[in-house]
Write a protein that binds this ligand. Sequence first.
Ligand SMILES: Nc1ncnc2c1ncn2[C@@H]1O[C@H](COP(=O)(O)OP(=O)(O)OP(=O)(O)O)[C@@H](O)[C@H]1O
Ligand SMILES: [Mg+2]
Length: 520
Amino acid sequence: MSHAARLSPTSALKLVSPAIATIADVAALLATGDALDRVVPSVLGIVADALGAHECSLWRVDETGLWRAYSLGDSATTVADVRKRLDDNSLVGDGLALARLTTGPRLLGAIVVGMEREVSTEEFVLLTTIGTMVAPALVHAEYSRQLETEVALRTRQIEQQRRFTERIIDSMPVGLYVIDREFRIQAWNRKRETGMQGVSREEAIGRTIFEILHRQPAELLREEFEDVFSTGRIAEFQMESKATGEHRTYRITKIPMRVDDTAVTHVITIGEDITEWREAQQRFAQAEKLAAIGTLAAGVMHEINNPLATIAACGESLQLKLREMAEAGQETPRESDDYLSIIEQEVHRCKRIVNGLLEFSRPRAVGKELVDLNEVIEKTLFLLKHHATFKKMSIELDLDRQSVPMVDGNAEQLIQVFMALLLNATDAMQEQGRVKLRTRGAGNGDSIVAEVADDGHGIKRPDLRKIFEPFFTTKPPGRGTGLGLSICYGIIAEHGGRIEVDSAVGQGATFRIFLPRVTT
Ligand SMILES: Nc1ncnc2c1ncn2[C@@H]1O[C@H](COP(=O)(O)OP(=O)(O)OP(=O)(O)O)[C@@H](O)[C@H]1O
Ligand SMILES: [Mg+2]
């Protein structure tokens, strides 16, 4: 460089001006901040043009060593050549000129130019200057590439996390949605997409809850949400719905959610179908209640039976006494015969009730044997054939003939059960009613279900829970004691089975008896 000082200013300018033009071109390119893959070949092209080089390449140093990153023209230069020249600090000579690319003490690589002629000092200065400019661009490119990789990785992680969370809420067997302060839906799970009331996620997201749940009164919905937004407390309630056609019970839970730990920003709503759970609970409660009534009844009945027997015996003795007096020609009070027969009748009525109650609370431990339930039903029908109201009914029989429904039971008691059910059915129907009797395998084949379905007036919902209680009757006085179904309940329970009812007003009633099957 020292001989540059000996040049006249004009010739120096002549020499320097193409260099300045080259540097300006390179600077302009680097300033674009364009991807390094595109900038570096262009920079090398400009350098090669400016110097008339036949080879121009960029070499990089990284943890894997020194390597050729880009190359223009035929290159005979090897890694060893470049390494040695850099190590020896012999940057110019033998048709090669090298510009170190450094940032602070760190060597990033080198630009290597191959020329037919010797490289002038000015050209070397130009090359070094370009090297100085390219180095930071390389570092930036490195950073931005790292950043790109990092961003891509994070984006993938976030996407995975999002999908994972979505899967969680989609896998839940409950309907779930989330709304924001504007009542706009922000999340809508798979369960809410399915079923008759299902709405697709695409349709729901972004719309207000009032638009989507348009069947529910908007004001009530708004109030429920406002309550959670303002109090920040979980709200839970049960809801009856007939939206699917059948009567179902849902447990609705509204949970406040805070995105930044301050005010409530969203409300999560979970809807859970608890119909089966509630029915099971009610059945359980009913079984417990009936058991308690049974124990009480058994105690009371036992106490009543003895005085009844005494009254009956006294009545009989009086009757005998009066007969003896009459035979002896003695005068007896005129009404005494009538009174005594009333006493006898009433005692008998009490006994029937007592026995009925005892049947419910503690069915007699009667002998059991293998019984064909189909035969039991046929025998019941035979016995009822002559019953006046029964004649007007049409009976539809659908008995399982394939796998004979054998149970371990007492045929007499089982006939009593079907008789009570059929008599109730006739009571519930107008003339020309229809009763269907059906037997089938149930459960995993380990039980049998016998159905008695009528098309009568049906049972009111609140009554459904009471019909198995002793003395519950809706029939006029003198028509029913309300013991029929409670006796059925007791007998079936004693047989290790259960009795269920399915009914609604105006839609008939179906009684189902489940009994353990005996495989022969
Ligand atoms: N098939 C049915 N359809 C409509 N309601 C019914 C049916 N079976 C029973 N019920 C209702 O259940 C109540 C109780 O029946 P349950 O057989 O225990 O007593 P009851 O028939 O009233 O009197 P009892 O059988 O002692 O003569 C009935 O009064 C009636 O309201
Ligand atoms: Mg009855």
